[in-house]
Write a protein that binds this ligand. Sequence first.
Ligand code: ACM
Ligand code: ZN
Length: 497
Amino acid sequence: MPFTIIPEPALIRKRDDFLEFFEYTGLPVIEGDFQKEASVLKEQFAPRAEPPHSPAFSGTDAARKIVCKKDEALKVEAYALAIGREAIELRAGCGRGAYHGLQTLRQLFLSGEKIPCAHIEDEPRFGWRGFMLDASRYFYTVPFIKKLIDALSLHHINVFHWHLTDDQGWRLPVPEYPLLTDIGSKRVERRLSGAPSIGGFYTEDDIREIVSYASARHIEVVPEIDFPGHASAILAAYPGLGCTGGPYRVEDRFGIFDDVLCAGNDAIFGLADAVFNTLARLFPSPYVHIGGDEVRVTRWSRCPKCNKRLADTGLKNMPELQSWITVKLVSMLAEKGKTAIGWDEVLEDSPRYMLPKEVVIMSWRGADGGKAAVKRGHPVIMSPNTEGCYLDYRNCDDVEEPGQWSVSTVYQSYSMNPVAGMSESEAALVMGGQCNVWSEIIYAGRIAEYMIFPRIVAFAENMWTFRKDFANFAQKLTVHRQRLDMLDLVQYRGRLK
Ligand code: ACM
Ligand code: ZN
């Protein structure tokens, strides 16, 4: 009898007997502490007319129970389960651990198999187990994002990084800058005859709903606003913030563009201030991601204002102006009580405007940025595009597979080692890892699901467990796939390596 839990718990001691769980209808009674987390589990199993369906509990209404107990001795995300013949006891130090424990049970309930009596102790290896969705290149709906967040939480993923702005669309309402959404959230698809305008933005209510839905599932929502590059949507709305004054457009092409925010124009910080105030109001996370990737200096080089800024700051070359901007943004965020995260390009700073040590580096161009960052004392999140973290890449090397740029296998998502080649003190700065979906050609939630599952399942086990074993994972996946089916998630079913 398999005992299929993903991610693999730290310790499982199985007994020979079974919880006679599926002999009754309805949900188990959940008693004791952590009633907030219990109510989410009940919601997850509420019968529905539409998919996702709940497991077919059957039989009599015997009073089998889950008893939840607070146990201060357990670490924040840790939990312990004692599965007996008559009842289950769940212990956790706080709601986060309790939620993880309940999701482990949810997996077992979804399988509809007999559950062995057992003692389980569990806690994560890494604290940052993230997933990023690009909602700019494709504007995903609120129901899809909620469905995704719920599914991520089944696997103990605990960060949803929400990429809210890019060249192809601005998705965040900022009261002081209404044109960001009035103009910047829509683009004209010029390749299509009739040129329809597509896009949209999340309202404050949408954002609150997603943050609160995620928070009930113990997932932190980290917003990303890209400065000073990937700014076409900003410039289309406020052309005065660019070096040339335009004309600009919300891009319907994909790539890296020359037009970025003008480093010589103080007004870009007025915009940043308003954006950060909005983020501080809507997102409780201590982190704000400021992007910083793929910034071209073509326009800065020929811009009188940018050249004046270069002279005023005493910097030697145009790329150094990005670090001047980044340092300013970082301190603006710090004043609002937020810590900045940046893509690894922000490490390419100047000695004059050194990046403050508290800035978190998200390493995406392979692992080198992360390795360099820990040497300089920065906290790091590993998300190397070379090692299984880019889920918009094809699942295998087959022309019929959807996806862009490259290939990234389930096995790679399982194998990425965020602390490879690091000393103990360097490794201590690694917060964990993250998978990303860039959505240039992932133009539907259903396609996103296919790209995300099961690679994120492999990644979740990779980031969580102390007991990695790919052969065991691959075997468990055959059972776990049925759970993903029950949750109505499209999944890739081809080879894993
Ligand atoms: C990135 O993939 N440009 C962060
Ligand atoms: Zn300029």
